[in-house]
Design a protein around this ligand. Structure first.
Ligand code: HXC
Ligand code: NAP
Length: 274
């Protein structure tokens, strides 16, 4: 077990013991760190993403740390595939207590260098995918009591050059959060967005800051003076889905070292490099 997983395991009351946590896009990066943190807190975790191999590796990793995990391949753009995955998860772990929707795709390109299909691809993964996951999961969510968490991005509220697809998609994700918080409050379901800032050792940062120099500039622009750690996002996910946040719904919470306070970033370096 990693030091972080150990710390979570020891610090948290056993809120998540036996709880079912479903993580869409959970086979790598930030979402995998979230899945690992819930598993360390005693939850039974079901992971989906496109690559069966990556899902298998993630599940094996959690198992090796003593957690209880399962998963299958599913593309969030395909509502029928999401439904099949949810059925499998439900028959294995029962009603879903925590639903994380974090599948995403991104690349750096100016609008004029992007085809309609390029734009649609990111919107389909991030926005339609989030709708598919949440809408399809509703019958399987624990009522009352379930917590839904969408993984958004600063692009949702900071207009950012070369990110028109991600800006449009993630702004839509945060609107899904707010609208479904209103529609599903009566069911006792909370819906929130978590907005990571620049998080080190992730695919997202590799794409947006592909050089040492770009990374250093990014770090220097963060009020806390460094990139975030995946575990720091996971800690907020644990908090937001717990009874500590029982009156929090429809909120969009940043975990970004203050980096979005100064507005959108310039990803020209990534454009030149990519
Ligand atoms: C312009 C591009 C492009 C690029 C792809 N496309 N890359 N256009 N510039 N650099 C176009 C293609 O030409 C094609 O359009 C269309 O996008 C679809 O491409 P495919 O490769 O067929 O799509 P697919 O196989 O579905 O892959 C989706 C993907 C890919 C998004 C393009 O990169 C992917 O699978 N990404 C998942 C991992 C990822 O991106 N992780 C980072 C998430 S981080 P045409 O017209 O040619 O058919 C994140 C960070 C947020 O979201 C903020 C951080 C601060
Ligand atoms: P990542 O490792 O690439 O995570 C994305 C995950 O989504 C992968 O597990 C990927 O697995 C899955 N995925 C992609 N397309 C999918 C699809 N169509 N259907 C199902 N699963 C799909 O990237 P990350 O950087 O950790 O980002 C994770 C989340 O944090 C994203 O929502 C991202 O927007 C957000 N975020 C990241 C940062 C950052 O600094 N990294 C900042 C702000 C927000 P497969 O390839 O197997 O499908």
């Amino acid at each position: 077990m990693s030091n972080q997983a150990q710390a979570v395991n020891e610090a948290l009351p056993r809120w998540y013991a036996g709880h079912h946590v479903f993580v869409a896009g959970g086979s790598s990066g930030i979402n995998l760190a979230i899945a690992e943190a819930f598993a360390a807190g005693g939850a039974r975790v079901f992971i989906i993403s496109r690559s069966a191999d990556r899902v298998e590796r993630a599940v094996e990793g959690i198992g090796a740390d003593g957690g209880d995990a399962a998963g299958c391949s599913a593309d969030v753009r395909d509502a029928a595939a999401v439904e099949r995955a949810l059925q499998q998860a439900h028959s294995r772990f029962g009603d879903i207590d925590v639903l994380i929707s974090g599948a995403a795709g991104n690349f750096v390109a100016p609008a004029l260098g992007m085809s309609a299909n390029g734009f649609k691809t990111v919107v389909d993964i991030d926005l339609l995918g989030t709708f598919n996951v949440i809408r399809t999961a509703h019958p399987y969510l624990r009522k009352p009591g379930a917590a839904v968490l969408n993984i958004s991005a600063p692009q949702a509220f900071n207009p950012t050059r070369y990110q028109v697809h991600a800006c449009a998609a993630k702004a839509g994700v945060d609107m899904i959060t707010r609208v479904l918080a209103m529609e599903w409050g009566a069911d006792g379901i909370r819906v929130n967005s978590l907005v990571p800032g620049p998080i080190g050792d992730t695919e997202g940062i590799q794409r947006l800051a592909p050089s040492e120099q770009a990374l250093e500039q990014m770090e220097a622009s963060v009020p806390l003076g460094r990139l975030g750690r995946k575990e720091e996002v996971a800690n907020m996910a644990l908090m937001l889905c717990s009874p500590l946040a029982s009156y929090v719904t429809g909120s969009v919470l940043t975990v970004d070292g203050g980096s979005s306070l100064a507005g959108g970033r310039d990803f020209s370096d990534a454009l030149a490099g990519g």
